[in-house]
Write a protein that binds this ligand. Structure first.
Ligand code: GLY
Ligand code: MN
Ligand code: MN
Length: 446
């Protein structure tokens, strides 16, 4: 049984308990400009349940036990039928006939027929798990289908009375990674590692941010990654202080730092890693102090991770270390880890420390349980990514600090014993980073 079939079976177990059916559509092509489209990327929920990467598809999951329905549980895929002429233009299609054997679904039908048959499949389920808001057109058709069923209630059916968001069922399931999923995340981490090391080696004064960006993507694609988990940030000097800097079109400058936030996907499972290093290969004293502080915060936050820790405490630990360090360096007024003005550190720390990671880089899964920050459990994967950002035009700080932006980010699996850093192999200490910039790590890996 494929991992995707396993995911379906587990979701069906839960659906049976609530007498719900589920419908999960994949993504649609997105237009880039005029009549050109971006390369297709399936919806993560749909991929998780099918392992099927074609557009124009929708999965229906029907647990057994629906009123008046003697059928066993079943997975039904609607997909594009084969079409020799269209396939010449837009690519090969699996087709209806091959789908059950290839994907392990119980039945497959032409997507063109879906609105004629979907109502009949769903007519006796109390509720339908369905995510609204992704496609207005599909939402309208789903609502019209349910309205149509209500009109038939006098004929003895019990039409669905509620639509349920996938967050409490499917997204909770996705939050906990199985060993097979972790294998894919480790594969993504290994390729991402290689790309970051290649970038460290290539960085030098006069090299373009674009070249670093291209080298990263080249490495991902050459090594067989499915794609990029998000748009690479290759930010030299002060550009690192723009959190979502993606222009990546300026030359790297001698004496400045380069922040690279980049991760690939393998079978659409993401990695998400940031490293910051000196363009000329050696940190200057001010850069070193900021870097060591961010590293101390990151290591302390990772060290704290274990089952039972509330997720917001990962941020709290990192923030405490950063705040104490900023006071020690004279960048903030205060004592110990208490700034004179509450929250003053946020002008340098800006963002939170963690997010869930999985099929989406900012993965699904709630951050709260019963109104409390939820507790970490084995199988969850989260990033730990503290940063400090001191803008080049911040005249309130000593000149030596200006234009320094540092973030360090790794992907951490919560285990029964504590945690495992999935991206630990990417150079991170000052010595390891400087060696990688000098080409030493690549030489030893080769
Ligand atoms: N690369 C996106 C993030 O770090 O959240
Ligand atoms: Mn991240
Ligand atoms: Mn990142």
């Amino acid at each position: 049984m494929s991992i995707y079939q396993t995911h379906r079976e587990r979701l069906l177990d839960g659906l049976a308990r609530t007498k719900s059916a589920a419908i999960v559509a994949t993504a649609t092509h997105k237009v880039r400009n005029n009549d050109c489209e971006y390369r297709f990327r399936p919806d993560s929920d749909f991929w998780y349940l099918t392992g099927f990467a074609e557009p124009g598809a929708l999965l229906v999951l029907l647990p057994d036990g629906a009123l008046g329905d003697e059928e066993p549980r079943r997975s039904i895929l609607f997909l594009r039928e084969k079409n020799a002429k269209l396939e010449t233009w837009t690519g090969r299609r699996l087709g209806v006939q091959a789908a059950p054997k290839t994907l392990g679904v119980d039945a497959a039908y032409d997507i063109e027929d879906i609105w004629d048959v979907l109502g009949d499949l769903l007519k006796n389920y109390q509720s339908i798990v369905y995510r609204t808001g992704l496609s207005e057109e599909r939402d309208r058709k789903v609502l019209a289908m349910i309205a149509g069923l209500r009109n038939k209630a006098r004929g003895g059916i019990q039409p669905p009375v509620e639509l349920i968001d996938p967050a409490p069922s499917l997204h909770e399931q996705r939050l906990f990674k199985s060993p097979a999923e972790l294998e894919l995340m480790r594969a993504a981490a290994a390729i991402t590692c290689e790309a970051h090391i290649a970038a460290m080696e290539r960085a030098a004064p006069g090299v373009g941010e674009n070249e670093i960006d291209a080298l990263i993507e080249y490495t991902f694609r050459c090594r067989g990654a499915t794609g990029m988990a998000y748009t690479t940030i290759a930010a030299g000097g002060d550009n690192a202080c723009i959190l979502h800097y993606v222009e990546n079109d300026e030359p790297l400058v001698d004496g400045e730092l380069l922040l690279v936030d980049a991760g690939c996907e393998v079978e659409y499972y993401a990695s998400d890693v940031t490293r910051t290093y000196p363009v000329n290969g050696s940190f200057n004293p001010a850069q070193k102090e900021i870097y060591e502080l961010v590293l101390e915060a990151q290591l302390a936050a990772i060290e704290a991770i274990q089952p039972g820790l509330a997720v917001d405490q990962v941020h709290a630990v990192a923030k405490r270390v950063l705040t104490r360090g900023l006071i020690r360096l004279g960048l903030l007024a205060g004592e110990g880890d208490k700034t004179a003005e509450e929250g003053a550190e946020e002008r340098f720390t800006i963002h939170k420390t963690s997010h869930w990671l999985g099929l989406d880089v900012h993965d699904c899964g709630s951050y709260c349980a019963a109104d409390e920050p939820r507790k970490l459990e084995p199988g969850m994967v989260l990033t730990v990514e503290p940063g400090l950002y001191i803008s080049a035009d911040d005249e309130s700080v000593d000149e030596r600090w200006r234009g320094i932006g540092v973030r360090i980010e790794d992907d951490i699996l919560v285990t029964a014993e504590g945690s495992e850093n999935l991206t630990a192999q990417i150079p991170k200490t000052i010595e390891a980073v400087e060696a990688a910039c000098a080409g030493k790590v690549l030489a030893t890996l080769a």
